[in-house]
Design a protein around this ligand. Sequence first.
Ligand code: SF4
Ligand code: SF4
Length: 70
Amino acid sequence: MHEARVDAELCDGCQDCLEVCVYDAIALVRFPPSRRLKAVVDPVRCCGCMACGPPLCPRDGIELVPIRLS
Ligand code: SF4
Ligand code: SF4
């Protein structure tokens, strides 16, 4: 199993990942004081389908990390 993680430093809020995620697991969130929106993954909704994985993100800001099932 994998889970998507976004590197907020790299994300520029282009929304490409939101458009491919059919599980609605990605939202754009603003982290004040920055005015930019950044993608954030909801780990509960993310099923690790990898649709948002490389090479989708133009900023290389999404990583699919293995998760352990408990
Ligand atoms: S595709 Fe990459 S740069 Fe675009 S919103 Fe998603 S994480 Fe951010
Ligand atoms: S891995 Fe799949 S379910 Fe998870 S955020 Fe990316 S597109 Fe959505």
